[in-house]
Design a protein around this ligand. Structure first.
Ligand SMILES: Cc1cc2nc3c(=O)[nH]c(=O)nc-3n(C[C@H](O)[C@H](O)[C@H](O)COP(=O)(O)O)c2cc1C
Length: 198
């Protein structure tokens, strides 16, 4: 479907970047397991510090007990729309690994690398005709418990809802007005030559 307000970049970029966005209205179409594996595979090829690959994913396709457990861990307004998605993926940063001697070692860039993997997932999902919507609105303790994610050395970063986008009227009334791609600050406010500019 056509985005209601296409975003125009300030500088020429691959159209995939401004075309990606995070809607909430998903149709009830399912996602074949092979498509979800393709999305996860894209994440696997992300860069990471010293190639530690500190991302871990726990996923569920709608209708499975895993999906229900993830959906149950969502909070606030996310509970209104995300359970309609075709798949939910929990992204986890392994913030602690082991050195060559088997001793614990902090993985200083685990969160950075897991975020990069999340974007790879979103872009691959879009290539397959899906949309992906990351969420920080979840109960970490509930997800650690329900999904057996160890507390030590593991930080849950996001839950990503993936599905086929549908019309805004699939959403409960209160979510419809913001069903539009978000704007961006000008690049000049974000990128500075040689010296940090605030
Ligand atoms: C880490 C993270 C947490 C987010 N948490 C939520 C959330 O809990 N609920 C929600 O509806 N959207 C959430 N979002 C989506 C953002 O609001 C959205 O990405 C942002 O407004 C930019 O819009 P766009 O992705 O459509 O370009 C989150 C995004 C990120 C990256």
């Amino acid at each position: 479907m056509t985005d209601p307000a296409p975003r125009t970049p300030d500088h020429p970029v691959d159209p995939a970047f401004p075309a990606r966005w995070s809607p909430r209205a998903f149709t009830d179409a399912g996602m074949p397991p092979a498509d979800l594996l393709t999305v996860l595979e894209a994440a696997r090829w992300s860069p990471s510090a010293s190639n530690t690959q500190p991302w871990r994913f726990v996923y569920g396709l709608r209708g499975s007990t895993g999906f229900a457990a993830i959906a149950e861990g969502l909070t606030g307004g996310n509970r209104d729309w995300a359970p309609r998605a075709a798949a939910l993926v929990v992204t986890v940063a392994q913030t602690e690994g082991r050195d060559a001697g088997g001793n614990p070692r902090a993985q200083r860039w685990a969160e950075h690398d897991t975020g990069a993997a999340g974007l790879a997932m979103a872009l691959q999902a879009e290539r397959l005709g899906y949309r992906a919507h990351p969420m920080g609105g979840f109960d970490p303790a509930a997800l650690h418990r329900a999904l057996a994610i160890p507390e030590a050395g593991h930080r849950i970063m996001a839950v990503i809802a993936i599905g086929r986008q549908g019309p805004a009227d699939l959403l409960p009334e209160q979510h419809r007005p913001r069903e539009t791609p978000g704007p961006r600050q000008p690049l000049a406010e974000l990128a500075f030559e040689g010296r940090f500019g605030g």
